[in-house]
Design a protein around this ligand. Structure first.
Ligand code: URA
Length: 447
């Protein structure tokens, strides 16, 4: 390409023109190496946000961001490796259940995860609530663990998609996060670098998700699967409900406690486990250990019932330096400060008909479970547990949720926020489905 002129690329996007792959690659390379400054990239991002990117542009942007760093080579690891990504939500503790579960069914899973930001949680923060658990594995340790154990969950090293790291930080402060092609390129530049042979994508839809409407969630799912296919990576996207929090705990240690319960076979029919089983079924089928997703689901249920998934989680925690004894006796987890445990009482009689995931995510953040800016640390024990969910009956004085914190937030304000997140009625409509539909290159199937 002739010498890069960022001003003409910004103007082209501002005027709704389509950029070539070479132009986008030039721009991303120059930004990654610091020759295009943040102020020009910010203008470009806003133009892309407002005018959109074509499918070819989104794919080219992904390629450029992927090429900015290492592509982890797992070709020496036996088996079909299957990755998983969630677009993020409130109470989304699926990965720490799913990775050991799928691994215990014979399909290796290598996963790079992220941290929570704003009202959403992140898998790394959750796992680090287990004392000693390390998420800063080297590429060699990551490769070794997926070979020996069939499962690994680590943080994105600086070598993977550095362009995304820089761009995401800029999008966060320039109001350009909520763009389907920018989100798709960001996700896929990391997922394609993980080294897996196939991908399952949990695209969350609803109040607590990036994608608030089904139409947007479907569009993101299609974009992700198309980009994966261009990289010869079979992908399945599953559309799942994020109007209400997933599970009954939100926050890092509270969610790990729920993970342990799920792996022990408790909550088997919950919305959380419906999501886990659907994703597990797809992954087990993609990995070749089942003929169909339905057979994969049956294999996953059996692995939970036989305790094999819990045993694999125990091995994963031990391999990554975590204190395994707290999995057997969660009450023995040492805390560095006294932990408040405050009930939120119900004020009326009736049935829960709705619970606003966004409000609960915000309440967890105020308790110290999340961060407003990337550099902030989190309080591992902070969050909510025992959430009443749609369909549950309550009487005055019953506990809607318990608040936990090791800090000093305004607990009265958080309590009120949680109470306002609930809606009650005398009778309940049928529960909303946990899983809506699946999408592959062949099209959509309702579930
Ligand atoms: N998750 C990502 O990795 N990137 C985005 O842009 C949004 C969610």
């Amino acid at each position: 390409m002739s010498e890069l002129n960022p001003i003409s690329l910004i103007a082209a996007k501002r005027d709704g023109r389509t950029l070539s792959g070479a132009e986008l690659k030039g721009l991303i390379d120059a930004y990654t190496h610091g020759t295009v400054p943040d102020y020009q990239m910010s203008a470009f991002l806003m133009a892309a946000y407002l005018n959109g990117l074509s499918a070819a542009e989104a794919a080219a942007l992904t390629d450029a961001m992927l090429a900015s760093g290492t592509h982890i080579d797992l070709s020496g690891v036996p088996g079909t490796k299957v990755g998983k990504h969630s677009t993020g939500g409130v109470g989304d503790k699926v990965s720490p259940i799913l990775v050991p579960l799928v691994a215990s069914c014979g399909v290796p899973v290598a996963k790079l995860s992220g941290r929570g930001l704003g009202h959403t949680g992140g898998t790394l923060d959750k796992l680090e609530a287990i004392p000693g658990f390390r998420t800063d594995l080297s590429v060699e340790q990551y490769r070794e663990q997926v070979t020996s154990l069939g499962g690994v969950i680590s943080g994105q090293t600086g070598e993977v998609a550095p362009a995304d790291k820089k761009l995401y930080g800029l999008r966060d402060v320039t109001a350009t996060v909520e763009s389907i092609p920018l989100i798709a390129a960001s996700i896929m530049s990391k997922k394609l670098a993980e080294g897996n042979d196939a991908l399952v994508l949990d695209v969350k839809c609803g109040r607590g998700a990036f994608m608030k409407t089904e139409a947007d969630a479907r569009c993101l799912a299609e974009t992700l699967v198309t980009i994966a296919a261009r990289h010869d990576t079979p992908g399945v996207a599953v559309l799942t409900n994020m109007d209400v929090p997933l599970g009954r705990a939100v926050g890092n240690w509270p969610e790990i406690r729920e993970v342990i319960e799920c792996l022990r076979g408790e909550h088997a029919e919950s919305a959380l486990m419906q999501v886990v089983y659907r994703l597990a079924g797809e992954m087990i089928a993609l990995g070749g250990a089942a003929e169909t997703p339905a057979e994969g689901i049956a294999a996953a249920r059996a692995a939970i019932e036989r305790g094999e998934a819990l045993e694999r989680f125990r091995c994963l925690v031990a391999a990554q330096g975590g204190e395994v004894s707290v999995l057997d006796a969660p009450d023995t987890r040492p805390h560095s400060a006294p932990v408040a445990d405050v009930p939120v009482p119900a004020g009326a009689e009736g049935r829960v008909v709705d619970l606003d995931a966004y409000a609960i995510g915000e309440a967890a953040m105020r308790l110290g479970a999340g961060r407003q800016a990337k550099e902030e640390s989190v309080d591992p024990v902070a969050g909510l547990s025992g959430l009443k969910k749609p369909g549950d009956a309550v009487s005055p004085g019953d506990v809607l949720a318990r608040l936990h914190t090791g800090g000093a937030p305004n607990l009265t304000a958080v309590k009120e926020r949680v109470q306002r997140a609930y809606s009650f009625a005398d009778s309940v409509p049928p529960p909303a489905p946990a899983v809506y539909a699946r999408h592959t290159q062949a099209g959509w199937t309702s579930l």
